[in-house]
Design a protein around this ligand. Structure first.
Ligand SMILES: [Fe+2]
Ligand SMILES: [Fe+2]
Length: 198
């Protein structure tokens, strides 16, 4: 299995990195993970799909908890945020149906392609309508602080490790995929409180 943390999908590091940088990287990673699922079969497909579900859970939870609420404070943004939340709700519904059916089910691939389309279109809309406003209207140091919140959420679902060290981390990533969203939410709220206290 290719290492997913390569080049443009490794989370950028450094003092200049802000929350938008991390979300853009996650968008690229999600897009790549869809390809990994489509290109795999059998047990590997199920594994790649589970990774995709975790990735989406961490990403969308961070946006719902921190990014969309922040956008709402920017004025004239309620419509944009409502549309993004509705897209996220629809994608979650599609994802739940796919999860219940399993990666080996009839029609999985067709449904996955529909989900991919919905998720990537949603990401493009965020990039076009929401993220530019954040960069234009939110102080740069606040956006940099919020990067820590997205990083904290990532701890809820570590990226699958390289072959060979898999067993050591397998327990951390095990468990119902959607529970990842709950874990991510707890981590995000803790990190957000710490960021506010600074
Ligand atoms: Fe989103
Ligand atoms: Fe997003």
């Amino acid at each position: 299995m290719p290492d997913p943390r390569t080049a443009d999908t490794a989370l950028p590091e450094g003092a200049d990195v802000d929350v938008v940088d991390l979300l853009l990287t996650q968008h690229a990673r999600i897009e790549e993970q869809f390809l990994l699922v489509i290109g795999a079969s059998g047990k590997e497909r199920q594994q790649a799909f589970d990774d995709l579900v975790r990735l989406l859970a961490v990403h969308e939870t961070a946006e719902e908890e921190v990014v969309h609420p922040l956008s709402r404070t920017l004025g004239d943004s309620d419509g944009i945020v409502d549309d993004r939340l509705e897209e996220e709700r629809q994608a979650k519904e599609m994802l739940r149906t796919l999860l219940e059916a399993g990666a080996g089910s009839d029609g999985f691939e067709a449904s996955l392609l529909l989900l991919r389309n919905a998720v990537l279109t949603h990401a493009r809309y965020e990039e076009r309508y929401e993220f530019p406003q954040l960069r234009a209207k939110v102080p740069a140091d606040q956006l940099r602080r919020l990067a820590g919140v997205v990083r904290a959420a990532e701890a809820a679902a570590p990226t699958r490790p390289h072959p060979g060290i898999e067993s050591a981390t397998a327990n951390i990533v095990a468990g119902p995929e959607l529970a990842v969203a709950d874990r991510a939410r707890d981590l995000i709220r803790d990190a957000a409180r710490r960021a506010e206290a600074k």
